[in-house]
Design a protein around this ligand. Sequence first.
Ligand SMILES: Cc1ncc(COP(=O)(O)O)c(C=O)c1O
Length: 369
Amino acid sequence: MTDPADFPVRVRPEIASLPPYKQGKQAGMDAYKLSSNENPFDPLPGVIEAVQAATSLNRYPDASAARLRARLAERFGVTSDGVHIGAGSVSILAQLVQATAGPGDEIVYAWRSFEAYPWLAVVAGATAVHVPLTPDARHDLTAMAAAITDRTRAIIVCTPNNPTGPIVTQAEFDDFVAQVPSDVLVILDEAYNEFVTDPAAVSGVQVLDDGHPNVVVLRTFSKAYGLAGLRIGYAVGHTRILDAARTTSIPLSVTLQAEEAALASLDAEDELLERVRAIAARRDALADALREAGWAVPQAQGNFVWLPAGDDTMAFAEAFDAAGLIVRPFAGDGIRISVGEHESVDKVLRIAASVVKDLPEGHAGRRIA
Ligand SMILES: Cc1ncc(COP(=O)(O)O)c(C=O)c1O
């Protein structure tokens, strides 16, 4: 590596000290990749055909993905301008943060949550304000409301929370949003919404119906719809906010192939949501069995479960790794395990049950019997 002292180009110091994005480990041939909350099912034939039919690779795509916007607008009962499509919902997160916050401004979110949030704030030059989760790994919305200052420009609420799993309830969200000043953007990140089975959970659809102009709902085709590799997600909200996101976006980054795949997925939604129900049932069975084995698994409403392994996180992750299970460790905190192939579940349980015994009595990761 080049010694920074020998390299004259001036990089913003906060960027130079920020490690580049590190992806969850890739799996070898006979390992299960349970580190990126991907959908374990292969794409549907109709979706593959739609992508294969989009052969005009020599042409730029429609910059606004108008057909998909119109389709989603109909679903959410908004105009097409109230929908914005991005190359993955993470790109829309970046646009919204850039559009609202700069140096001296604050972005508030729960922590631990989606690992991209701190990075987005730093890249925008803004200050990240972390509000610790409650002991049961949920958003502490009272503390988040208390963290708002006159410098706060955006607040991100992630439900179900990645990586810990619990939802924010509709009542909690309504109460929270009533306390947020109307000039502060609230981003409701619902990347895992389709996996939610708790009827008390906040619903972006309800929030939009209630008419909160400062709330933007973010969804993705990466998880439930299984299109992570094509990079396509969307936001629904007030046109003025979405126009600001469109202004900061890199034009033409949503490909025709991604748009076609998303449209074909909406056509095949019944079949895809059947798979989502299967994953949610597998998740519930896995979480119950992990609790039975002694783990204090918090509410799991995404397509993943959380093991609060604390200081043992990295050692336990190695035990999973050695058994051919690639999981996502967050050093000193815990391990997120995606709900993957049916065949992976017993293996996960075997390793999880064998390592939980190493946690001392009274450890936060051990379930109180
Ligand atoms: C909470 C949350 N939001 C957003 C994203 C981004 O998803 P994508 O960019 O694939 O749409 C993820 C991906 O893991 C996530 O966990």
